[in-house]
Write a protein that binds this ligand. Structure first.
Ligand code: ADP
Ligand code: ASP
Ligand code: MG
Length: 407
């Protein structure tokens, strides 16, 4: 009988210390003894990636992205070697590999590289020798033989991409919560575990701040239709299945609530209200590499208008430099900035067919004196920009207003 190939990914908190590494090793060993081929993807131990980043920023405000990748990729190299040792200690042969060693080829955009191909020859050879294969997550190699990383949370992407390349039967993401919840269970204790969620809804939740899965990994899973099982490293309980839309799945109007505190706002005041000005501004900002999100332009009665937009806080400095330059060129007025904003969102594919959802969201916020600064919608989500101090409160209010504690 042909053996199943199972890809299992363990996140940082699942391997935060020696005891946890040993527990993970036992779990992998159990999967292997059920006559499976097991390929494991592992993240850096605990908060290693954050600590490495902090070290770099203690040395320079502007580290080169190439050197950041050299640095950040070391975290996963440590954890994969340790995990291989722990598995061997249990009496089963195992081998660890870096992304480069298993041929995870990426483009050359350091710190956010895209996977182009995976060769996987060494993985297949090691599986043939009945070894448990442990791959360092979050990293690859470019055509120029440079080490690259896949963006924060990128081990999820390594796992899904390997599942595609190896035609795995199952892709399991082990983390420190029991699955995908209606909102972050660390913020709202009434949050409920979701049994099944569609790729589209998970992609939207992940893009809007639910860090439990990296958004790009869901894009790949959706494209290749790889179902993902998100579950706990610390329990045997079934978690959440992320799957293609199933006709049997009832379309729920609001599936979850998310928040993102890592956004900032820039406003350019007194912008000449003429054709082509917005194009000039946002061309300049896009050239800086900053990712603009919500844009609001005020109605102009005076031939001068204000334009506000949000960007990820990590892009703030480059966006502000570009804005300052273009504002001067087009003779706009003052530039205002606000890093103390956050985005709260509701997500659900049933929004397409239910009406009154936005009104209910705004009413719930208004009743609790939470001011809405900006609004943005997609087919299956509604987001509001609010004062960052009120983020957790707003999440709790919306979770309750849409009765997500009762599903
Ligand atoms: P890992 O280290 O396993 O990759 P992460 O820290 O990246 O884990 O993601 C797991 C965390 O995501 C949880 O501890 C939880 O606080 C957070 N989270 C945010 N939103 C959700 C959600 N809707 N469902 C589950 N977890 C969520
Ligand atoms: N260690 C990397 C990070 O913290 C990748 C990952 O854990 O998925 O972002
Ligand atoms: Mg993660």
């Amino acid at each position: 009988m042909k053996k199943h190939i199972i890809v299992q990914k363990f996140g940082g908190s699942s391997v935060a210390n020696v005891d946890r590494i040993k527990t993970v090793a036992k779990r992998i060993f159990e999967t292997k003894t059920k006559n499976n081929n097991v390929v494991v993807v592992v993240s850096a131990l605990g908060d290693t990636t954050d600590e490495l980043e902090e070290l770099a920023f203690n040395i320079t405000k502007n580290p080169s992205e190439r050197e950041m990748d050299m640095l950040m990729s070391t975290g996963e190299q440590i954890s994969c070697a340790l995990l291989a040792m722990a598995v061997k200690e249990l009496g089963h042969d195992a081998i660890s590999f870096t992304g480069n060693q298993v041929g995870i080829k990426t483009d050359s955009s350091h710190t956010k590289a895209r996977i182009e191909t995976i060769c996987g020859k060494r993985i297949k050879a090691a599986l043939k020798q009945n070894k448990i294969v442990i791959v360092a997550g979050f990293q690859g190699v470019s055509d120029e033989d440079e080490i690259t990383t896949l963006g924060r949370g990128g081990s999820d992407l390594t796992a899904v991409a390997l599942a595609v390349a190896l035609k795995a039967n199952v892709c399991e993401i082990f983390t420190d919560v029991k699955g995908i919840y209606t909102t972050d269970p660390r913020v709202v204790k009434q949050a409920r575990k979701i049994q099944n969620i569609t790729f589209d809804e998970m992609l939207e939740m992940a893009s809007l701040g639910a860090q439990v899965m990296q958004a790009r990994s869901i894009e790949v899973a959706k494209r290749f239709n790889i179902p993902i099982h998100v579950r706990s490293s610390f329990s045997k309980e079934e978690g959440t299945m992320i799957v293609k839309k199933d006709e049997k799945l009832e379309e729920i109007s609001v599936r979850g609530v998310t928040s993102n505190k890592k956004e900032s706002k820039i406003t350019i005041c007194s912008v000449p209200d003429q054709p082509g000005i917005a194009a000039q501004i946002f061309t300049e900002i896009s050239k800086s590499g900053a990712n603009v999100d919500i844009i609001v332009q005020n109605v102009s009665h005076t031939k001068l208008t204000d334009i506000s937009f949000t960007i990820p806080t990590s892009d703030f400095n480059k966006a502000l430099d570009a804005t300052t330059k273009i504002a001067k060129k087009i003779r706009a007025g003052e530039i205002l900035t606000d890093k103390n904003i956050s985005r709260i969102s509701i997500v659900g594919s049933g929004m397409r067919s239910h009406h009154g959802i936005a009104a209910k969201m705004f009413q719930a916020l208004a009743k609790n004196k939470i001011n809405i600064d900006m609004i943005s919608t997609s087919e299956i989500s509604i987001s509001c920009i609010i004062d960052q101090k009120q983020t957790d409160e707003a999440v709790k209010i919306l979770h309750k207003a849409f009765q997500l504690d009762k599903i």
